[in-house]
Design a protein around this ligand. Sequence first.
Ligand SMILES: Cc1ncc(COP(=O)(O)O)c(C=O)c1O
Length: 374
Amino acid sequence: VNFFERKITEQLQKQTTKGLLRRLRVADLRLADFYSNDYLGLARNTELRYKIEQDISGQKLSQGATGSRLLSGNNSLIESLEVKLAAIFKSSSALVFNSGYMANLGVLSSVPGKGDVILYDELIHASIKDGIRLSLADAYSFRHNDVDDLEKKIIRHGGQVYIVIESLYSMDGDIAPLKDIIQVSKKHECAIILDEAHTTGLMDSTGAGLAVSMGVHNDIDIRIYTFGKAIGTHGACVAGSLELTSFLTNFARPFIYTTALSPHAVAAISHAFDFISINTNLFESLQEKVNYYKACLAAAHLGNPAFGWIQTLLLNDPGKTKEASLSLQQQGFDVRPILPPTVKAGSERLRICLHAFNTHEEINQLIKAISELR
Ligand SMILES: Cc1ncc(COP(=O)(O)O)c(C=O)c1O
């Protein structure tokens, strides 16, 4: 064995010893889905699929974008999508990226520069952390959703500060105190970067996310929306000023040096947003399931629920968390364990995602199975 095989084998063994080794698994479609990010069921919606297929075959779209946006990969389809997205998210401009990961990498690596300060919520997503690692700015975390700690750090570190937060935290399911953060940000003349991955397509029946639903979108400088979750497809966009999207087009390397989304993918995103705007009952149905879950949780005295479609059950131990998820899977519920490094060691948990398509019966049975775990 050569040096690198020795090294990677050792690292894999360490993960195994810690009980943290991960493997890819093919989804078992017989289980009730309490783990995917397909909150509205759009990824599996047959009516939407039919519309996309009709459109794709009617337009005779090419299979691939053939190049990056700045070379051969730009076309009127993607530009029309960007106009549509800017209207939905009430921004002057929107720029499509191939994924939320790449949008976050693009924004964080290019906008905050040398001498700037990034203050990020300690529970921020890995894609933002990776973007921060690529940035020349100094970066510090503040305590989760703690506006006092944020303000202390703004004062301590001073300068041109970017505050980076999520609308709905992906592994905790709680919402950022957006109004308070905006207030502190205005007081100290900071800029806010908001990742709306788990609120894109959600928050109300228009699906425009948290900032728009609260009417505070103009107070957020940079907003990131992703399409792989409630929109049921793939890709992302950054919404903001024309200057911002023009800057990203020039300086965001994850935008520049990659092949653009295929026309099929672009058409699918566009149709998914049209579908949401027509089928306003989808969000209502999700909200109703969330309310039902909360009521069942309270009736079973299983502790406090999180805000919405992302619920958690803290078990604080990797072994127990894996066992619990396995037991739920054996009973027909797909619920996955969330382990380090995704969450801090000692805060291992089950992440339970709710969907518009989950039935009352499934939710009832799941809560029953959870109470029996305990
Ligand atoms: C908060 C957050 N931001 C960004 C991403 C990345 O988005 P994408 O899956 O589109 O790359 C995710 C999901 O993986 C996420 O949860």
